[in-house]
Write a protein that binds this ligand. Structure first.
Ligand code: NAP
Ligand code: ZN
Ligand code: ZN
Length: 347
């Protein structure tokens, strides 16, 4: 065991505060990473405040982790001390079910082990995330990152990046497609970058008129203010694919209506209320609704390699760990440009 430090929530209503805890002794397949940067995902806030139910405390959030390898177990060949390395949302899975064997550990039939707010499959201990100085993770769930990219900008790729890359790839978004992105926060800005990079014509739907210029810089061809019913009515029947990244309950029917025949609405946002869908919107014309959760390890590495090749990183605002509650407050006001990343030197 080694003594680690981090920031933890002790309950749904207490602010995150300094916390000391133990990291396990590395096992033969483990990689010990000294954490340099950790992105701040809206899922961290949802879970720290128990908005989805079932949160386990104390909780050190953080699943967009980038750093340098500090030590490796005896079986580890893919990493050596000093290598850049990253950990995302998953740290283990059953590894033998049909989905795991297909590289879709995110959909493990037994349920994947999350980086935090979950228990180890090996010894039942509580997993703790990246708002901390180091992490010990099985090599299968550690990703290689290019030294060519800014490590702080890479961190959000581990969740916001893969969560948007995976559905855009799965539904084959490419040149000639008209794609909508709903919400311009951490996930939304990565969705704009990827959809644009894949050659689609991209429209951002936003509640924040002030984000229009940024959206165009990030890859949007058009920006529609979703609070404007007239502008929304003009979108009917136009889109092949719409990815909804909104974190709070909202009316999704205008987006279903915006799909063309056989178009697909995909929710990656996880509001704490059920979606309410008008059945006529689904049947005339025939339309699909779907969802998607992060991505498996092969696709996460594919996405990181794609970003290295194309020079894609997240647009970030670096914060000291002491400002985490302020960052959460700004996130709740949609005031994120476009991902907070914690500089772990400040811990
Ligand atoms: P974020 O940075 O806070 O961005 C969310 C954006 O949604 C906001 O910037 C805002 O964009 C829009 N929004 C917020 N409240 C709204 C409201 N009441 N009505 C309409 N639009 C609203 O959050 P994030 O980190 O991107 O995460 C987004 C969601 O995805 C969260 O629910 C998170 O838990 C979930 N998530 C899912 C997965 C997955 O695997 N499926 C992975 C990671 C995160 P505008 O200002 O442009 O309107
Ligand atoms: Zn996340
Ligand atoms: Zn499995």
């Amino acid at each position: 065991m080694s003594q680690a430090k981090g920031y933890a929530a002790q309950s749904a209503t207490t602010p995150l505060a300094p916390f000391s805890f133990e990291r396990r002794q590395p096992r033969p397949d483990d990689v010990v990473i000294e954490i340099e940067f950790c992105g701040v995902c809206h899922s961290d806030l949802h879970q720290a405040r128990d908005e989805w139910g079932g949160s386990i405390y104390p909780m050190v959030p953080g699943h967009e982790i980038v750093g340098k390898v500090k030590a490796v177990g005896s079986n580890v060949t893919r990493f050596k001390v000093g290598d850049p390395a990253a950990v995302g949302v998953i740290v283990d899975s059953c590894r033998v079910c049909e989905h795991c064997k297909a590289g879709l550990e995110n959909y493990c039939k037994e349920g994947m082990t999350p980086t935090y707010n979950g228990k180890s499959r090996v010894d039942g201990s509580l997993e703790q995330g990246g708002y901390s100085n180091e992490i010990v993770t099985d090599q299968q769930f550690v990703h290689k990152i290019s030294p060519k990219l800014d490590p702080a900008g890479v961190a959000p790729l581990l969740c916001a990046g893969i969560t948007t890359y995976s559905p855009l790839r799965h539904w084959g978004v490419t040149k000639g497609h008209k794609v909508g992105v709903v919400g311009l926060g951490g996930l939304g800005h990565m969705a704009l970058k990827f959809a644009h990079s894949f050659g689609a014509s991209v429209t951002l739907f936003t509640t924040s008129a002030g984000k229009t210029e940024d959206a165009k810089r990030l890859g949007a061809d058009e920006v529609v203010i979703s609070k404007d019913p007239e502008a929304m009515a003009k979108q009917t029947g136009q889109f092949d694919f719409i990815i909804d990244t909104v974190s709070a309950a909202h009316d999704v029917n205008p987006y279903i209506s915006a799909l063309r025949l056989d178009g697909t609405y995909c929710s990656v946002g996880i509001p704490d209320k059920p979606l309410s869908i008008q059945p006529f919107n689904l049947i005339i014309p025939r339309r699909n609704i779907s969802g998607s959760a992060i991505g498996g390890t092969p696709e996460t590495q594919e996405m990181l390699d794609y970003c290295a090749e194309k020079g894609i990183v997240s647009d970030i605002e670096i914060i000291p760990i002491q400002k985490i509650e302020e960052a959460y407050a700004r996130m709740l006001k949609s005031d994120v440009k476009y991902r907070f990343v914690i500089d772990m030197k400040t811990l």
